[in-house]
Design a protein around this ligand. Structure first.
Ligand SMILES: Cc1cc2nc3c(=O)[nH]c(=O)nc-3n(C[C@H](O)[C@H](O)[C@H](O)COP(=O)(O)OP(=O)(O)OC[C@H]3O[C@@H](n4cnc5c(N)ncnc54)[C@H](O)[C@@H]3O)c2cc1C
Length: 504
């Protein structure tokens, strides 16, 4: 596939360094009181597992057995009060604390390499229960460390669902989603986790707070929004009341092919600006369609999906298909109506490869091929110039850094009335041993291009440590000062996730 689609040859398959061959640096001595001792683990296995998240350079280092700056210990609190006690101890002892959910951060958000500083990773895995369901208001009180599948399993008997499915759903947690403002499967309207948060329970080094459960409020800046997206720098989310939905009974989907990318973009914009509100509205350019093995005929593909627990979907999907036809879109198979997750058509094939895709990236690493992604959002009026600029700059960067113009594809993960969220995948041959420096140059080129051309440094992958440069350029400086002031108030000793969002 690499040779056929990408035009360059992979190298011999390399094996990763085995876990028992990894040598970790010695941990600092930590003065842990007896009352907390049972919550801490200091084994090499836990320290290794909590050194990195899933960012490309972290995966490369892990592949070569380089676990730099592992945490001195990993702490597994079992309750909100345990989190409180750990933060009090860490403040007293000046130990940095890195909140850890599923560790799927792709931006260095859980990276524990803080130089000489004492550091513990605080893993929320034991806070994993759905505590209460308020069926009348259709909301549930849920602990932050619960993983996606367990959360859905617990809600299913009541016919309810959070229906927030990031691509990392299986391996990421509710607290991680809220802390990073993750983007789920809805391509329109409820795109980010933000909309589902009703109230939060939080521990900061300075004290705790719980926001009031309300369907909406106009009372000043929203305390929930202060925490959503704070990436573990202001406090640790231990629980949340989340707004739920009934499980969808009706589903409809269709795929539409276009010869011209301009037509495909116009059709997608028209649907995004209609009031049809599809759950799925993903435009794959022709390279993305091939990479995901959806079609191989050089057409661009728009995947549409509608779902509802209440009403039939035919009028909605037919209206969307009419809009697509107005822009020369061809829906060869018509709409498919189902409540099953069938996989025989283009949408189904795409869904399979969508969930499996990221693991292909890890496999490519073993044959000397770099595959990474970046995602952004921009307004429709800018999109064509933006997209052309990104493709050109990335092709030039890949040529300069790897000697090949490589491969770059684009899909829209989410669409809004005022603009799309384009998601780029780039693939290039890379020199084994030089992956980190080559990746760093390509990542810098991508981030610079995105911000220069007027996009955001991240639509949903968050900022972490890796996107700091672009984020610093994007946010207003006065806002950065406001954030620093908040940080100083709630975390005066600067123990929480130093280096994420603002300087330590
Ligand atoms: C294969 C793959 C696919 C992905 N697909 C998507 C996608 O579709 N959409 C998307 O938005 N992202 C995606 N991501 C990125 C990542 O999954 C998200 O950022 C996710 O929200 C992280 O959740 P987590 O539980 O793994 O958090 P972690 O990676 O453990 O932590 C992420 C950040 O949140 C902080 N944090 C974690 N838990 C808490 C808490 N309880 N309180 C305070 N801070 C906390 C951490 O300190 C860190 O800064 C993907 C990643 C991978 C590897």
């Amino acid at each position: 596939m690499v040779q056929g689609m990408l035009g360059f040859e992979p190298c011999e398959v390399m094996d990763p360094v085995a876990e028992d061959e990894v040598e970790l640096t010695r941990a600092h001595d930590l003065d842990i009181p007896n009352s907390l001792a049972d919550l801490f683990k200091k084994s090499d296995r836990e320290r290794l597992r909590h050194t990195y998240g899933a960012a490309y350079p972290e995966s490369i280092k892990a592949f070569y057995g380089r676990f730099e700056g592992p945490p001195d210990a990993v702490v597994f609190p079992e309750s909100h009060d345990d989190v409180r006690a750990v933060l009090d101890w860490a403040t007293e002892e000046d130990v940095a604390v890195i909140p850890y959910g599923g560790g799927t951060s792709v931006v260095g958000g859980v990276n524990s390499d803080l130089g000489d500083r004492k550091v513990v990773s605080l893993d929320l895995a034991r806070l994993d229960q759905v505590l209460e369901v308020d069926e009348m208001s259709r909301a549930a009180r849920i602990e932050a460390g619960i993983f996606g599948p367990a959360l859905e399993d617990a809600l299913r008997p009541q016919g309810l669902t959070l229906r927030h499915f990031p691509q990392s759903f299986e391996f990421s947690t509710l607290g991680g989603w809220i802390a990073t403002r993750s983007g789920g499967h809805y391509a329109t309207v409820h795109t980010h986790i933000d909309e589902f948060v009703e109230s939060l329970k939080v521990v900061t080094p300075r004290g705790d707070f719980e926001s009031r459960r309300l369907p909406a409020s106009g009372a000043g800046p929203d305390p929930n929004r202060w925490m959503i997206g704070s990436e573990g720098t202001l406090g640790i989310i231990t629980e949340a009341w989340m707004r739920l939905q009934r499980r969808p009974r009706f589903k409809a989907r269709a795929s539409v092919r276009f010869d011209e990318y301009g037509d495909a973009v116009s059709a997608t914009r028209a649907i995004a600006q209609s009031r049809l509100r599809p759950a799925n509205c993903r435009l794959l350019d022709k390279r993305e369609a091939m990479l995901n093995q959806v079609v191989f005929d050089g057409s661009h593909v728009l995947l549409l999906g509608f779902e509802s627990s209440e009403y039939e979907l035919a009028p909605l999907i037919e209206a969307a298909l009419e809009i697509a036809a107005d822009h020369r879109g061809r829906c060869l198979d018509g709409a498919v109506y189902t409540d099953e997750e069938a996989t025989s058509d283009a949408s189904g094939k795409w869904k399979d490869s969508f969930l499996e895709g990221p693991y292909m990236q890890s496999n490519l690493m073993t044959v000397g091929i770099l595959a990474d992604t970046f995602e952004t959002a921009c307004t429709w009026n800018r999109f064509h110039a933006f997209h052309a600029g990104i493709v050109e700059k990335m092709r030039d960067a890949m040529q300069r850094v790897t000697g090949s113009r490589g491969f770059i594809s684009c899909r829209f993960t989410h669409v809004y009335p005022d603009g799309p969220a384009p998601y780029y995948t780039y693939v290039a041959p890379i020199k084994p041993g030089s992956e980190l420096s080559q990746w760093a140059e390509l990542k810098a080129a991508a981030s610079e291009a995105v911000v220069d051309l007027g996009g955001t440094i991240t639509h949903h992958h968050s900022v972490g440590r890796i996107h700091r440069g672009g984020y610093d350029r994007e946010r207003p400086e006065l806002f950065a000062d406001m954030f620093r002031a908040t940080k100083k108030t709630v975390d005066p000793a600067g123990i929480l996730n130093p280096g994420v969002l603002i300087d330590p």
